[in-house]
Design a protein around this ligand. Structure first.
Ligand code: FAD
Ligand code: SF4
Length: 464
């Protein structure tokens, strides 16, 4: 059908969800996924633009119009094959990519109507394949060279899959006891089920990639030692997992967590299934999460599901919050309270050293700062106290430092991130880096894009 004759359906087909009241009491996935019928209807909204702007918005360059056309034609095998030419983690990306700032932002339909729901369609075919079982893949013939990947987050996994596809013998060395990085320890089950992450990691392992967990590079072996042990190149994808604190009185009290620890206890150590799993989280009656990003939303929604009243404390207004709009709306619907234009100045404790309250100061918005957002200005004499049992600090994460500390000739910037060019090349020959450890905390797909580019650069380096 020609573009002129096609009747445009202005809105995306809605994503079915668990009811807010029900989902706020469980850890099951919130978004339930399209049915086959809805996926085909949504795929038919795509007008198959000749200039394909959406592809430019995808950091790994998926041929979006091609896979959408295959869905419209009910060729799901073809569609998932097309996606996997460029992306080894489609069920994950279909769920957590901020598509509104990437492919969907550039979709032609989005100029006058809502863009095609590219992410939901990616998720649909990826889930379709996982449900039916993935076909066994042919492991490429080895070219005799070995590459070590430090860190098993989306960046490391993507570099590993791409290098394995080129015939390298790849070992992924992961500090934690489970592979996946933030995908397993940070993003909660209700947004990204861990069984899905594991299946996608299994698919990468099936390419012949060896995954060694409980392997802390910088403790067991340094980068230099890995190279002496026979690795021809090393890719560092160690992420940004170092929590930041506000340096206010009371942050050392029992009941104050970094978002990182709070989410890791819950997601990786499965505190929400205590006592079946042995790591509990004592949240008490009220939890205050400090911050306004996606990590803060995940922590606040987790606290709610653990049975607490949950508060987001943020020093600007709703409009300035950096979290995805969808996540903020989900949090609101579920009953998270937003204490806006306010910031903590002290956490108070009892004689046993446990948190009992948080003292906050109100703010108003002044002139825009260098980020373009209006600067929050404290209002004198506006201090007030909220009784609270648990505080979760979610004001940003810095780079994991161990590899930089144990690799002296690796250049870093003033924040401690590894300096690398756009292909991941660092100051040290044979050592490449990408993802959050280079850019600072960013997104899954940007980390994957960096892993993919670095795999190409490693191939070029090793093939001389
Ligand atoms: P990571 O995922 O951080 O993985 C790094 C891995 O390296 C970790 O497994 C770590 O244990 C390991 N490691 C570190 N040091 C060593 C060492 N010395 N030796 C061996 N291994 C080591 N992005 C989105 O696009 N959408 C979202 O919805 C989203 N939600 C998020 C929610 C939370 C709570 C958080 C924290 C982040 C979220 N992000 C989201 C950001 C996204 O997850 C990250 O940008 C992405 O995971 C970065 O990937 P990476 O591979 O660079 O690092
Ligand atoms: Fe389809 Fe939108 Fe891409 Fe055009 S820009 S091909 S309408 S998904």
């Amino acid at each position: 059908m020609s573009q002129e004759k096609r009747k445009i359906i202005p809105k995306k087909h809605p994503m079915p969800h668990q009811e807010a009241k029900v989902r706020s009491t469980n850890f099951e996935e919130v978004a339930l996924g399209y049915s086959e019928e809805t996926a085909i209807l949504e795929a038919n909204r795509c007008i198959q633009c000749k200039n394909t702007p959406c592809i430019d918005g995808c950091p790994v360059g998926i041929d979006i119009p091609a896979f959408i056309k295959m869905i419209a034609e009910k060729d799901f095998t073809g569609a998932i094959g097309k996606i996997k030419e460029k992306n080894n983690l489609p069920a994950i990306c279909g769920r957590v990519c901020p598509q509104e700032n990437q492919c969907e932002k550039l979709c032609t339909l989005g100029k006058k109507n809502e863009p095609v729901a590219i992410g939901r369609l990616e998720r649909y075919v990826a889930d379709w394949e996982l449900a039916k079982g993935t076909e066994s893949v042919k492991i490429p013939e080895t070219n005799g060279k070995k590459v070590a990947i430090v860190g098993s987050g989306p960046s490391g996994l993507t570099a590993a899959a791409n290098l394995a596809g080129l015939g390298y013998k790849v070992s992924v060395l992961e500090a934690l006891h489970v592979a996946g990085g933030v995908l397993v320890y940070g993003i909660p089950e209700f947004r990204l089920p861990k069984a899905i992450v594991q299946k996608e990691i299994d698919n990468i392992a099936a390419l012949g990639v060896e995954i060694k967990t409980n392997y802390v590079v910088g403790k067991l072996s340094s980068v230099d030692e890995l190279m002496q042990e026979g690795y021809d190149a090393v890719y560092i994808g160690t992420g940004a997992g170092l929590p930041s604190f506000m340096n206010i009185p009371g942050e050392n009290l029992n009941g104050v967590y970094s978002a990182n620890e709070f989410l890791t206890r819950n997601n990786l150590m499965k505190a929400y299934r205590f006592p079946e799993y042995q790591t509990p989280i004592r949240v008490g009656k009220r939890v205050a999460v400090i911050g306004g990003g996606n990590v803060a939303m995940d922590a606040a929604r987790t606290a709610l599901r653990l049975g607490a009243e949950s508060y987001i404390i943020y020093r600007r207004s709703f409009e300035e919050m950096p979290a995805r709009l969808e996540e903020m709306e989900h949090a609101k619907e579920e009953g998270v309270n937003f204490e806006l234009l306010t910031s903590p100045i002290e956490i108070k404790g009892n004689e046993e050293g446990r948190v009992v309250s948080i003292v906050c100061q109100r703010y108003e918005l002044g002139e825009p700062d260098e980020s373009g957002r209006r600067r929050p200005v404290p209002i004198k004499g506006s201090e007030y106290e909220i009784p609270i049992d648990t505080v979760v600090m979610s004001i940003g994460q810095g780079p994991n430092p161990l590899v930089q500390q144990t690799t002296p000739d690796l250049e870093t910037n003033k924040w401690g991130n590894i300096v690398a060019d756009e292909c991941g090349r660092t100051s040290k020959p044979g050592v490449f880096a990408g993802g959050d450890i280079v850019t600072g905390a960013a997104t899954v797909i940007l980390a994957m894009g960096a892993g993919k580019k670095a795999a190409e650069a490693i191939h070029e380096y090793l093939q001389g």
